[in-house]
Design a protein around this ligand. Structure first.
Ligand code: BGC
Length: 336
């Protein structure tokens, strides 16, 4: 049984058909996504062995990222002529919302049923330097073969917002080794190259003729081994791709050796594809195994990194009183 604390349940299990999703209130994080079919059972996301880790420092594993996913250069931005200074947490930049991002907050379970849970968070005005108080919700709902994530946010002052989920997938099982043999297909004709600090340069680069052309299924081990300056900077893939089109649409399809597939759809303009170079054995996973480099791949549907400082990028501004709403869907199946 999921444990409870004085402030509500520590974690919630949602079940639909052969799918079980465990969500931890700390970080509103996905800890386990267990798929069961005739051929067996596998947990296809990376998670911490100890659920208490999420409240302290979950290393973003499976977490809800906010107020602003990925990096904001120099931990500052201007909005309507007013400069805002953020809580820098990486090389003088703000990564994933700053020093104490939404991934380290205790979210409140606001509504819960067998196949859904809604978590809410109040982020006060000035939180990590961001203007405006923000009310955020994230709702996870499951159906057989599907996980859906709905976000809402409203602010009492004009601000910026970029929410995403930071699950790392390994479709062959969370302790099965690297995802090098996974194949990835992306609906992306372009990506946003970065500098050495992984900040976007502002360029939108076409993928044609580069290692970033993943419009056909491509083995990840081959991508990361390509001789490409951008891949060296990211120590593999750690890049935002420009998702083709607008509105709810296909973003990515991932396939493991097992034939398990994940199809990601979203209404967001970008997806950060991160092949998890930093895993160095210091994180112990749900089944007791230490994660090594590329133990999983994150597919973070999002606004573009550093959009508040890049006027040519799609806007991430949320005006006071407006509702930010976005949805990401994971469809899971097995091809034989
Ligand atoms: C970023 C990486 C970062 C990682 C932290 C990813 O979203 O793109 O650069 O190291 O999160 O877990």
């Amino acid at each position: 049984m999921p444990a409870t604390s004085a402030t509500g349940p520590m974690s919630v299990e949602l079940v639909a058909g052969g799918l079980l999703l465990e969500v931890v209130a700390a970080g509103a994080a996905v800890r386990r996504l267990v798929l069961t079919d005739d051929e067996g059972e596998a947990n296809v996301v990376l998670g911490h062995a100890d659920p208490m880790t999420y409240a302290v420092n979950g290393g973003y594993l499976g977490a809800t990222i906010g107020r602003f996913g990925n990096r904001i250069a120099g931990a500052r931005f201007s909005l309507d002529g007013m400069e805002h200074v953020l809580a820098a947490n990486e090389n003088g930049n703000a990564l994933h919302g700053g020093r104490v991002g939404f991934d380290r907050r205790q979210w409140e379970v606001q509504d819960q049923g067998p196949a859904h849970v809604r978590l809410g968070l109040h982020s006060p005005d000035g939180d990590q330097g961001f203007p405006g108080a923000l009310e955020v919700t994230v709702t996870y709902s499951v159906q057989p073969g599907t996980v859906r994530i709905d976000y809402t946010a409203t602010a009492d002052r004009d601000t910026v917002v970029n929410l995403t989920n930071h699950s790392y997938f390994n479709l062959d099982g969370e302790a099965s080794g690297s995802v090098d043999d996974h194949e990835l297909r992306l609906s992306a004709d372009a990506f946003t190259p970065t500098d050495a600090q992984l900040l976007p340069t502002g360029e939108l680069r076409q993928v044609t003729g580069t290692a970033f052309d993943l419009r056909q299924p491509t083995r990840l081990g081959d991508v990361v081994a390509s001789d490409d300056e951008q891949l060296r900077l990211g120590n593999g893939l750690d890049h935002n791709f420009v998702v083709t089109g607008a509105g709810p649409r296909h973003v990515a399809t991932l396939r493991g050796r097992s034939g398990r597939t994940l199809e990601v759809s979203s209404d967001q303009p970008g997806v950060q594809v991160y092949t998890g170079a930093h895993f160095d054995g210091t994180v112990t996973g749900t089944s007791g195994t230490a994660y090594a480099p590329r133990a999983g791949i994150a597919l973070e549907t999002q606004g573009f990194p550093d959009a508040p400082n890049q006027p040519a990028f799609p806007t991430t501004v949320l005006r006071a009183g407006e509702v930010h709403a976005s949805t990401t869907t994971w469809r899971l199946a097995r091809e034989r």
